[in-house]
Each structure stands twice: as C-alpha cells, then as structure tokens.
Design a protein around this ligand. Structure first.
Ligand SMILES: Nc1nc2c(c(=O)[nH]1)N[C@H]1C(S)=C(S)[C@@H](COP(=O)(O)OP(=O)(O)OC[C@H]3O[C@@H](n4cnc5c(=O)[nH]c(N)nc54)[C@H](O)[C@@H]3O)O[C@H]1N2
Ligand SMILES: Nc1nc2c(c(=O)[nH]1)N[C@H]1C(S)=C(S)[C@@H](COP(=O)(O)OP(=O)(O)OC[C@H]3O[C@@H](n4cnc5c(=O)[nH]c(N)nc54)[C@H](O)[C@@H]3O)O[C@H]1N2
Ligand code: SF4
Ligand SMILES: [Mo]
Length: 747
C-alpha cells in the first residue's frame, strides 16, 4: 500500500464501560448509529473480537430511545456476508481476479485519464447512489475525486428522488439543502402526501420510531391525514385517508390554495416581512376550484374544502409531501405548492409546523448552495442542477454518438440498472462502454458490468457522523460513533478509495497534489471536528447566538461541542426541540424568501394542457411503487432474514381491476408499458385504488453474472423495466416513477 493510506490510523473501538455488566469479559458493547435509512436510530452492538454478536436498540439514546426496525440486524448480515468483496477485483475474461489496491488505483486512474485525453473530460460519466448520503467519508471526501474528473456528465439517485425539494429550497431559501421538515412532536395536524413513513421510517424527516410519534399526534387530540393512491400502513394508523389518482397532486394543491383564498383562511402575517408578495399566489390559483379538479384527482370537492378548513382550524399544522409527490410529472410544482400552502396558513417556521433543524455540524454554509447555471444535457436538453443532469437521460448520453458522448463510467454506491427508469436501455448502454469502475462491496446487477470493482468496508467498520440526516432531524441532536469492528489491514473505506483515485488523477493531469498530505492527515472526522467546534453549539462558537435561542434556554453555553465531547457521550447529545430560525435560515443575501413565481408558476400552463386540454383516458391503468420495512432500495436482499417468507415482489391490484382483467390471486400477469414488459405474480388487494397497480422497486436479481447467493433465490422482477426514461418532471428532469401508464394481460 502507498504511504498515504498507511498514514490512516486504524479506528479505535468505541467502548462504553458503563454498560459492561452482565457481559463476559471478552465481549464489548459499542454504541453506534444505524445508517441504513434516514432515521438515525441509536444501536447497541455486542462484539467479541471481530465478531458481531448482536444488534439492539440503544435505550439510552436520547433521540431514538431504544427503537430500531427489523433492518438493523441486516448490518450484521452485511458484515458476515460471504458474497461481500473485501479487496479489489478486476474482470479477466469471464472471471474476477483479486488484485492489490495500489495496482487497482493505478489501473483505474490510467483508464480514466486515457479516456479523457482521447475523448474529452465529459467522456467519463459519474453516477452516485443513495448510500453515499449515509456515509461520512464518501460525502466529505468523494467530491475531491469527482472534481478531479472535471466532467459535466454527473448523475445521481437524487433525480429519481428528492430533486424537486432541492430546487424549491434553492430558489426559496437560497440553499438546496435548507429543507424545512415537519415538527412532528408538536404538530396538531399532520397531512402526509405521498409518503409512507411506517414502511420507509421517514424521509426528509429524520424520525426514529415514527409510529409512536404519529400516535402521539392523535394522543394529544391532533389529527393525521394521508393522501395516497394506496391505503398504506401509515394510512391505516391515521385518522383520515383519501385515495388520489397518481400524478394529480398538483391539482389538489392548486385547489387547496384556491380554498385558502376563497374562504379567506390565510394567516401569513408573520411571514410577510420575509415574503412580501406571498398573497399574490391568489392570482395563480383562481382557475382551480375544488370542483374543477375533483374528477382528475378522484377526491370530492367537499372533501378538499374540508381538508383545508380542518388544516386551518388546527392550532398548528403541517403539510408534508415525499416520494409519491416528487417522482411524478409535476413533482417540482407540487413540492413548491406544498411549501406555499404551509406558508400561507402560517405554518412555516413555527412550532408544530414546517421547521428548520439547526444541526451541530452545519455543512450548509460551507457547501454548494446548488448551482442553477442553466446548462442542459447534450442529447435531450434536460436541465442541469447542482452540477448534475437528471439520470433519466444517462443512457442516451452513452448511446448517442458525438462530441461529449460518455465512454466510461464511475459508479459509486449505486445500482442504476435496477433503480432508474428504463433499465433495459441502460443495460444496453453500459454494455457498450469502454470502461466501468464500480465502488461497491457487491457484484450486483450494475457492478457486474464493471471492469473493476473497488469494495469499501461496511457501515459498522467505519467511523460515522451523519453529515446529511442530522440536518433533517425532528429534534436538534448530535452523535458520533467510531468503527464498531476493526477492518482488516488491507481493507479501505470509501473516502480512502476516493482520495487515492483523486490524487493519482491530479498527478496524471499535471496538477499539484501538495494538499493531499493535509487531507490524509485530517480525515473526514477532522472536518466534522472543525464544523462541530465552529458550529452553533460548538466549543469555538462565536457569541452570535440569537436572542431567541437564549430566551428558550438552549443557548450554546454548556454544550461546547467537539469530536471529543461527542466521543465522550456515545449515546448522543440532545440539543432540544426545533426552534424558529427565520430569517437566519435564509441564504439569500437580502434575508428574504424569493418566491420565484415566474419560474415555478410557468409550469401551470403544462398542468392545464396535461389535465384539461388534451384528450385523456381517465380509465388508463397506472403503475406506482411501494416500500416494505425489510427492504432498502435494491441492496439488502442478500440477507436471508430480509427476504425469507412469501414473495413480496407482487403486482397489487384492486378487486375491480382483477375482475375486469380476469385475474385471480397468484396468477401471472404480463404488465406492459411503452418501454418494456414483465411477468409478475398478482396480489389482489382492496387497499389499492381502482385503476392503479403497484410493484415494489429494487428487485430483479435474476441477472447472469451477479454474485448475490441469497438474493438470486428470491429474484422478484425489476419494475424499472416498465418506467419510462422519456417521462420526466419538466422543471427538474426528475424521473416519473409513479403514474406510469401500463396495460395488463393475464398469462
Ligand atoms: N420504481 C422505483 N424506482 C426507484 C424508487 C422507487 O420508489 N420506485 N426509489 C428511488 C430512490 S428514492 C432511490 S434513493 C434510488 C436508489 O438508487 P441507487 O442508489 O442507485 O441504488 P441502491 O439500491 O441504493 O444501491 C446502492 C448500491 O450501493 C452499495 N452500497 C451500499 N452501501 C455502500 C457504501 O457504504 N459504499 C459503497 N461504495 N457502496 C455501498 C450497495 O451494495 C448497492 O449496490 O432508487 C430509486 N428508484
Ligand atoms: N424500508 C425501506 N425504507 C426506506 C427505503 C426502502 O427502500 N425501504 N428507501 C429509503 C429512501 S431512498 C427513500 S427516498 C425513502 C422514501 O420514503 P417515502 O417517501 O415515505 O416513500 P414510500 O414508502 O415509497 O412512500 C411513497 C408513497 O407515495 C404513494 N404514491 C405513489 N404515487 C403517488 C402519487 O402520485 N401521489 C400521492 N399522493 N402518493 C403517491 C405510494 O403509494 C407510497 O405510499 O424511504 C427510505 N426508507
Ligand atoms: S429505522 Fe432505519 S435507522 Fe432505524 S434501525 Fe431501521 S433501518 Fe436502521
Ligand atoms: Mo431515496
């Protein structure tokens, strides 16, 4: 190994002596955080040497109070998985050969450098997957590598997910990651549009034990309302559920805002100083009475009016929209209107409404606010945002010849041939590339296409501070954990892999590499230490803490946060409930919210054409997705306990549709869309709206060449064979994964 990698000291184990009673001397208890979803549950991990014995909820964690879901055990399964790679493998013929790290890095850097020297910088594409967001090292040091590549062809899972949220926050508040979240523990009225936190454990709302917290709303006399084409577990637990025709949320929101003005229910006085033109929204929504949208949404006009009057009558209320509202044809406008609805009803930045978390290590001031530089993709002209193109156009950028065509790919923690629209087209595209490197510990549906795979360690083998999800936590809270088990000497973390590649690439490009020495020494945790110390609860916090915080008794005095302080508190430190944060939370220089009517409201013309002007088949069957508590997108299906039991990858359809298509339970049904077809087992369920069918994503583990012994026995089908790369939300280019027109045929 090269010197710089040797410089990295092995992590010391984070052992809390206080909890040792009843455990044999050789066993150790560690306190850490589960990184599998956004909920940041505290875990107690028992180890013996390098063995992980058990994973339990950490009862002394002030944020999650002992809660975990069944997925936490998958952290152990992942660590023990015999299929997991620990050292680089290079494809030689049809075989994978282990090679030393330094040889692997040299090979990758030379290949990428050669591609770029021959075809230009944009000839190397990058796709970054979801687990990067849960990985301190990848988030903080990965960018050194992508920057060294200097390619415009960057893509990520963001554009099949939360891209609309980023665009709304960038434009309104001045920073793409300044996204307010529901103050779930104080709200009296919680409207959930297109989210199923009981399965997903919450998203853009870091909320361990969401079930208890949702019940809490109802216990204090409040109400939970769910708007979803499926009566989900979350809907079952709520007080009220409305089916909505997939993709029509934009109409519902326009009508809700219409009612706010018609009935004079707005109460935005507190926000007007920051958003003077807020009441001008009225002009944009006047055409959308509840009666006008009732047919298209499937919700009666009287119910829409009731929804709004209940919301406005509540002491505090919050309207929250997630995946279901984002990955659809009007995702950006929908998320924008949700924000306007919260603002106009006086529920932004107040207790029980939408609030800004105030994290301890605040990455926002030092990270990109989200560039809106206005360039667009080569082939289809989709808009770039924050230096990335929408992934819906990745395949065509590989398949279409010409200057700027992608010839090689870097894939980091992603499985796009399962998770992005029209995966068969992407497979064709990947199979014609000159070179692919995948940073992943599995030979997956995607990494099997690679020429070389660089495997990082699994979550419990690395230090962790949640750089992203602390920012969306429903309480201000901070925790840091050191690696629970020591990695082998010849294993590397994601950041070590990225920094090694960046350094080599810069060298090949004739750039100075002097600063790498400092980075190797500092490590990602050094960056966190700096951020904690200079942050609002930090040891070096300047005296600019706001009067509001002091009045609430949560001034920074006493916290003095630093990495050492967090290490000394392995269960994490509670920093109090969410606090009003305006105007500090606004990143625009004038400290005002920029409503950007011209940009967002221009999309209303498309809404009118889509729903009212063009001929529409209201009876068209449309496809949506679903999540299950034991899945994590595409990659936990190699854990036996996550997949055992009945086949979960089924086509759910309503009894009315089953009768119409003559489908019985467990029949095989051919589902066809514009781009593909598949065969799937039917599951008849009256919890799904008539005219809507659902297949979960993340399956289809029947590909030749994958090395996922367990997953291959429970393959399921890949629903993204059906999703259409040409269907995007025009404003953002976000993929349309919900509301895909399909036809059904019983086989
Ligand atoms: N139809 C449909 N499609 C969807 C969705 C949907 O609801 N419906 N959801 C979308 C959403 S929200 C998302 S976020 C995307 C996710 O899409 P992706 O991010 O492309 O896919 P993942 O399944 O998360 O795959 C992650 C890969 O990273 C690897 N991995 C895990 N941890 C690490 C790590 O720490 N380091 C490295 N280097 N690798 C790691 C895993 O082995 C796996 O191969 O899928 C999207 N696709
Ligand atoms: N167990 C588990 N947890 C996960 C994940 C996982 O794969 N498994 N993935 C993680 C990731 S990457 C993310 S982004 C989050 C997502 O977290 P959530 O946003 O909570 O995601 P889903 O559970 O997919 O819920 C989306 C809901 O939208 C509904 N829906 C579909 N189309 C429409 C529509 O047009 N309008 C409306 N109103 N609703 C619609 C669906 O029926 C579904 O109930 O979950 C995270 N947590
Ligand atoms: S809810 Fe999320 S963070 Fe908590 S244990 Fe389950 S997967 Fe891990
Ligand atoms: Mo996601």
């Amino acid at each position: 190994m090269v010197n710089s990698e040797q410089n990295v000291a092995n992590s010391k184990q984070n052992v809390a002596n206080s909890k040792q009673s009843g455990v044999s001397p050789k066993q150790k208890l560690h306190y850490s955080t589960c990184t599998l979803c956004e909920a940041m549950c505290g875990i107690e991990v028992a180890t013996q040497g390098k063995r992980i014995l058990s994973i339990k909820g950490d009862k002394d964690n002030p944020f999650s109070a002992g809660h975990i879901c069944p997925k936490a055990s998958a952290l152990k399964d992942l660590y023990d998985d015999p299929d997991r790679l620990k050292r680089p493998v290079k494809k030689v013929g049809d075989e994978w050969q282990e090679i030393p790290w330094s040889e692997a890095f040299d090979y990758v850097a030379e290949k990428l450098h050669h591609t770029q020297s021959t075809h230009g910088k944009d000839a190397v594409g990058v796709y970054l997957g979801n687990p990067n967001a849960h990985n301190m090292g990848a988030i903080l040091f990965g960018p050194y590598f992508y920057r060294a590549l200097e390619s415009h062809n960057r893509y990520s899972a963001t554009s099949v997910d939360q891209l609309p949220h980023h665009i709304v926050s960038r434009r309104l508040f001045g920073h793409m990651s300044q996204i307010p979240i529901p103050d779930i523990d104080h709200t009296q009225h919680f409207v959930i549009i297109g989210g199923n936190p009981l399965a997903s454990n919450g998203s853009i709302m870091t909320v361990p034990n969401v079930k208890k917290r949702l019940k809490g709303v109802q216990k204090r006399g409040g109400k939970v309302v769910v708007i979803d084409p499926k009566r989900t577990d979350t809907a079952d637990l709520s007080c009220e559920h409305h089916f909505i025709r997939p993709g029509s949320d934009v109409l519902l929101l326009l009508a809700m805002l219409h009612v706010v003005f018609e009935k004079q229910l707005h109460s935005a006085e507190a926000l007007l100083p920051y958003a003077e033109d807020l009441l001008d929204v009225e002009g944009y929504v006047k055409d959308f009475s509840p009666e006008t949208v009732s047919k298209q949404t499937g919700i009666e006009a009287s119910q829409i009016i009731q929804l709004v009057t209940d919301f406005c009558a509540a002491e505090s209320a919050v309207c929250y929209g997630r995946m279901g509202a984002s990955v659809q044809a009007f995702g950006t406008l929908t998320q924008y209107l949700i924000m306007l609805f919260n603002m106009l009803t006086g529920n932004l930045d107040r207790q029980g409404g939408m609030m800004f978390t105030q994290p301890a290590a605040d990455i926002l001031p030092v990270s990109s606010r989200g560039s809106m530089s206005g360039y667009s993709s080569r082939v289809r002209g989709l808009p770039a945002f924050a230096g990335e193109y929408p992934v819906a156009c990745l395949a065509e950028e590989i398949l279409t010849p010409g200057e700027g065509q992608i010839k090689a790919m870097v894939i980091g923690a992603g499985n796009p041939v399962v998770t992005t629209p029209n995966t068969e087209q992407l497979e064709r595209a990947f199979s014609q590339l000159d070179f692919i490197v995948s940073v992943d510990f599995y030979i997956s549906e995607t990494s099997r296409h690679a020429d070389i795979i660089l495997p990082p360690v699994t979550p419990l083998e690395r230090d962790h501070y949640d750089v992203v999800f602390h920012n969306f936590a429903v309480r201000n809270y901070a925790t840091y954990s050191e690696a629970v088990v020591d990695k082998d000497d010849d294993q590397l973390t994601d950041w070590q892999i990225y920094l090694s590649l960046a350094e080599r690439l810069d060298k090949l490009n004739g750039k100075s590499t002097a600063h790498y020495q400092t980075l190797w020494q500092k490590q990602p945790k050094g960056v966190i230490d700096d951020l904690l110390k200079s942050g609002r609860y930090g040891a070096h916090a300047s005296a600019n803490i706001s009067a509001k915080e002091n009045a609430n008794g949560i001034g920074n005095e006493g916290y003095n946060l630093s990495l050492d302080k967090l290490k000394a508190h392995p269960h994490g430190i509670d920093l109090g409930p969410l606090q009003p944060a305006l105007p500090d939370a606004i990143f625009h220089e004038n400290k005002k919210i920029d409503l950007n009517f011209n940009y967002f409201m221009s999309d209303i013309a498309r809404v009118k054409t889509h729903f009212f002007d063009q001929k529409r088949n209201e009876n068209q069957i449309v496809l949506i997705g679903r999540r299950h508590i034991k899945t994590n997108n595409s990659w936990l299906h190699n854990s036996p306990r996550m997949v055992k039991g009945n086949n979960r990858c089924t086509l759910q359809l309503h009894p009315i549709d089953a009768a119409e298509y003559d489908v019985n339970e467990s029949d095989r049904v051919k589902v066809t869309s514009r781009v593909g077809e598949l065969l799937v087992e039917a599951e008849i369920a009256d919890s799904i709206m008539p005219g809507v069918v659902s297949i979960p994503h993340g399956w289809g583990h029947n590909k030749k060449g994958i090395k996922l012994g367990v997953a291959s026995q429970y393959p399921g089908v890949n629903t993204n064979i059906l999703t259409d790369e040409m269907q995007v939300d025009t404003l953002s280019g976000n993929g349309v994964l919900n509301g895909v027109p399909v036809t059904l045929e019983r086989m």
